[in-house]
Design a protein around this ligand. Structure first.
Ligand SMILES: Nc1ncnc2c1ncn2[C@@H]1O[C@H](COP(=O)(O)OP(=O)(O)O)[C@@H](O)[C@H]1O
Ligand SMILES: [Mg+2]
Length: 397
């Protein structure tokens, strides 16, 4: 695009000066568009509808003085970036200083030296041009940034939707399993127990919807933290997963030590344990021994590994350490590296997984996020064909 010729506004009550200045400029730069006015009032009214690239302003004028025009221009957001060159007498140092204080960019002295006047005009036009370009770049950056923020929000909504469908899927699978069990049972006590579990799962489903609704309202912490015993949370999860564990012929071993109650979101932590136990069960179909071991203990932060120390807030003296081990397939190195990233799964049909139970690759990324939200950390250790251990550290306090 061809660049627009610069527009110059010259304000001077001395007609002779005005003519001279115009002549000097148009002789050297015939392409410049020059607009002349002979007083402050006319200058301000011209500026109401125009934004010249530079203003040359006589200081001493009857009516509105050059200083006042300068002051008003600099206070107007629309005009303030226009450079102002004051036209002053030769020995008017005080005028020049006052002009600079009011925001003038430079001055030229009467009588003019034409090459100096042109040099100053061009210098300020160049600065103005850089300024305009920077402003344009900045506007584009701001635009790009808000687009980025928008797309990040969209993808947050996307992964939220994916996360919710993942959790719902877990709930529904467990409900279906228990419903099947209930249909087969003719023992009224058994039936009641199974229906109680289904009811519990329905409640969890409702909680998930509730948290989704509050998320969309921007109310992130709506569930509220409560003090809870991790052992109780885990015991409840085992109850919900009873059917799944039995069907997979998995033996569960628990090693629960006394631990302090911790401030947490119990429903979110249940979600973590459901994901870890489900993964463990899914890793063991071919194992000769199918054992899922869960241990819970309190540990001094000072006796923890550097990995844990680096990730737990230093204000916590102790942590609750939860270990979930299985005797399953183990995790290949290339999967382990990115195991907490979303959509990493070896359970899709593509990877030779079982078509009836395809993975989403979301369980561990969701769990990672939840543990992070609790200021804790999660790590994995695994040996191929021997098994896998996930360790979770949650700060006490
Ligand atoms: N206990 C485990 N034993 C072996 N592999 C595991 C275990 N836990 C997770 N993995 C691996 O990590 C991947 C990601 O797990 P996850 O995020 O829960 O997604 P998904 O279970 O839907 O595939 C799994 O596909 C599996 O390859
Ligand atoms: Mg999983």
């Amino acid at each position: 695009m061809a660049k627009k010729a610069p527009q110059i506004l010259i304000v001077d009550d001395d007609n002779l000066n005005l003519t001279l200045l115009c002549k000097v400029i148009s002789n050297t730069r015939p392409e410049y568009q020059i607009k002349t006015v002979s007083n402050g009032e006319d200058a301000l009214s011209f500026l109401q509808n125009a934004i010249p690239d530079i203003i040359m302003l006589d200081v001493m004028m009857p009516g509105i003085s050059g200083f006042e025009v300068c002051e008003r221009v600099k206070k107007d957001a629309r005009l303030k970036n226009i450079p102002i060159l004051l036209i002053t007498g030769l020995d008017r140092t005080e005028e020049k200083i006052k002009g600079f204080q009011l925001g003038a960019a430079d001055y030229i002295t009467k009588p003019f030296n034409s090459s100096e006047a042109i040099a100053r005009i061009e210098a300020h036009l160049r600065i103005k041009q850089y300024h305009d370009e920077l402003k344009e770049i900045n506007e584009k950056l701001t635009l790009a940034q808000s687009a980025l923020v928008e797309s990040a929000k969209m993808s947050a909504v996307g992964s939220l939707a994916a996360g919710v469908s993942h959790e719902f899927n877990n709930m529904l699978t467990m409900m279906a399993g228990h419903a099947k069990l209930a249909l087969k049972s003719d023992d009224i006590k058994d039936l009641h127990e199974t229906i109680a579990i289904i009811q519990e799962l329905v409640e969890r489903g409702k909680d998930i919807v509730k948290s989704l609704l509050s998320f969309s309202k921007g109310d992130k912490e709506s569930q509220g933290m409560t003090e809870a015993d991790i052992k109780e949370i885990i015991a409840k999860v085992f109850l919900l997963m009873k059917k799944m564990i039995e069907d997979a012929h998995v033996e569960v071993k628990g090693n629960f030590n006394q631990v302090p109650r911790i401030k947490c979101y119990p429903n979110q932590l249940s979600q973590v344990f459901i994901n870890l136990f489900k993964n463990a069960i899914e890793a063991m179909p071919k194992s000769a021994k199918k054992i899922l071991t869960v241990s819970v203990e309190e540990k001094a932060l000072s006796s923890c590994s550097g990995f844990v120390k680096d990730r737990i807030p230093s204000g916590s003296k102790t942590i609750v350490l939860i270990k979930v081990s299985d005797t399953g397939s183990g995790i290949p190195e290339e999967v382990k590296e990115k195991i907490f990233e979303p959509f990493v799964t070896t359970k899709s049909v593509l990877y030779g997984g079982n078509e009836t139970t395809p993975g989403t690759g979301l369980g561990l990324s969701i769990s990672y996020g939840i543990i992070k939200r609790h200021n804790g950390c999660i790590a994995v250790n695994s040996v191929i064909n021997e098994g896998t251990t996930f360790e979770i550290a949650l700060p006490v306090n």
